[in-house]
Design a protein around this ligand. Structure first.
Ligand SMILES: *Cc1c(COP(=O)(O)O)cnc(C)c1O
Length: 435
């Protein structure tokens, strides 16, 4: 920080960060769950208010013209790192910046950005990295809207794509990256586990392949970590450069908001921030505030949901009306997927695929009989949700591709919440009687 900035800070200008963040007590480095209660916020800056107020303002007052100029140098990228003060609510705001500071902590990321939705985060990432003629190499399948964005929307602007299946081996990844390397690969984009197959991507293998094939400038590896992050998977540790979130899911966790996040090195985040500053895909202050509240209980919620899912899946897998439970906790020992899981994941999550014996009729009878679990798409909320991918989220997917992805008529997707596990088991047991 320059002397000039210091002077502004003491002069009562809007400040970005508290002077001292507590991330250690004695020699002990604090855990993310502890830091969620205070990091990035200083009550002294807000009249002692224990919790940050919601800053409903479209613009911020500069203490003097020179400070305004310097802030704009940050906003426009003349100086990297974003504005060092608050400027205008399309660029930044106190609630969003506290949120970004706290988001980054979970994965030990250098920096983070908050967005108005998971898709606006992904779209901003793509727009900041690709130009006509470039190729995006991605794992497949991806979240349906992400596939649409790459193939149909960026495709209109002359961006190409190549993909490999989520469970691909190093050799298969090498083959696709090697082929793509004859053109300009702007980005390697992953999603793990894939929805609804639950196939895990070997991020370490993708990283090794990328580093072996691209000798000079290396395309960044970005990964959508919505399903397992940040508690059960932290892909920066396996060599990803950028992590993407739909914060609508586990991070928000109460099915009451839509938001997105991107985490990574300062260098990548600066590039993405410039695009966000231009197109205005930042989340609003109220949503940022709600996410701050969500993050305080993130570990509690995800831990409980994960424990519930173990119990529910154990019950379902032995039930006579169940054909198969596609749950990361049940990977076959010694299989390649189990190997990836052991290297990359610390928990199996709480979203899984339930294949009933029968077809659509049986699946619908089950769904319609549920009393606690709600019939809705989405995941990661406090309440248990169930849906029918073939008839809902993946309705427009061609039959052949549905077959290849295992999206059959007897498939029900379930996201387990934080209710009492035995109540949930009773709900599923009763609903299976109706099948
Ligand atoms: C929901 C979801 C998205 C999109 O997020 P929105 O917040 O709905 O825009 C992206 N990726 C995955 C894996 C998701 O589950």
């Amino acid at each position: 920080m320059t002397d000039e900035t210091e002077a502004d800070l003491t002069g009562g200008t809007p400040r970005r960060r508290p002077k001292a963040n507590v991330d250690k007590v004695g020699n002990r480095k604090l855990k993310p769950s502890t830091m969620m209660m205070g990091h990035g916020y200083d009550p002294v800056l807000s009249e002692g208010s224990l919790k940050p107020p919601i800053f409903l303002t479209s613009t911020f007052v500069f203490p003097n013209a020179a400070a305004g100029k310097r802030h704009f140098e940050g906003v426009t990228g003349k100086r990297p790192g974003g504005a060092d003060g608050l400027v205008y609510s399309r660029f930044n705001g106190p609630n969003q910046e506290i949120l970004e500071d706290r988001l980054g902590i979970w994965e030990g990321a250098e920096d983070a950005l908050a967005f108005s939705s998971g898709m606006s985060a992904i779209a901003t990432l793509f727009l900041s990295m690709v130009k006509p003629g470039d190729t995006i190499v991605h794992s497949g399948p991806l979240y349906a809207a992400t596939e649409t964005l790459i193939a149909r929307i960026l495709g209109r602007f002359g961006v190409h794509w190549l993909d490999f299946p989520a469970g691909a081996t190093r050799e298969e990844i090498d083959a696709v990256l090697g082929k793509a390397a004859s053109g300009n690969v702007a980005l390697i984009y992953l999603e793990s586990p894939a929805n609804p197959t639950n196939a895990l991507v070997d991020v370490e293998a993708v990283r090794a392949s990328r580093d072996a094939i691209f000798k000079g400038a290396k395309p960044p590896i970005a990964i959508d970590n919505t399903f397992l992050g940040p508690l059960w998977a932290q892909p920066l540790k396996q060599g990803a450069d950028i992590v993407v979130y739909s914060l609508t899911k586990y991070a928000g966790g109460h099915s009451d908001l839509v938001a997105g996040g991107v985490l990574g090195s300062k260098e990548h985040i600066n590039t993405i921030r410039l695009m966000r500053n231009t197109i205005g895909t930042i989340c609003d202050p109220n949503t940022a505030w709600m996410l701050l509240r969500s993050l305080e209980t993130l570990e509690l919620r995800m831990s409980r949901a994960g424990e519930n899912a173990v119990k529910v899946c154990e019950f379902l897998r032995t039930h006579p009306k169940v054909e198969h439970v596609g749950y990361l906790g049940f990977l076959e020992e010694g299989s390649r997927q189990a190997d990836i899981y052991n290297r990359h994941c610390t928990g199996a999550g709480s979203t899984f695929s339930l294949y009933l014996k029968g077809g659509e009729k049986e699946a619908f009878a089950f769904l319609d009989a549920l009393k606690i679990a709600k019939l809705a798409v989405s995941l990661g909320g406090t309440e248990t949700l169930a849906s029918h991918p073939a008839g809902m989220t993946h309705l427009s997917v061609p039959d052949a591709r549905k077959q290849a992805l295992g999206i059959t008529d007897n498939l029900v997707r379930i996201s387990i919440g934080v209710e009492d596990a035995d109540d949930l088991i009773a709900d599923f047991e009763e609903a299976l009687k109706a099948v």
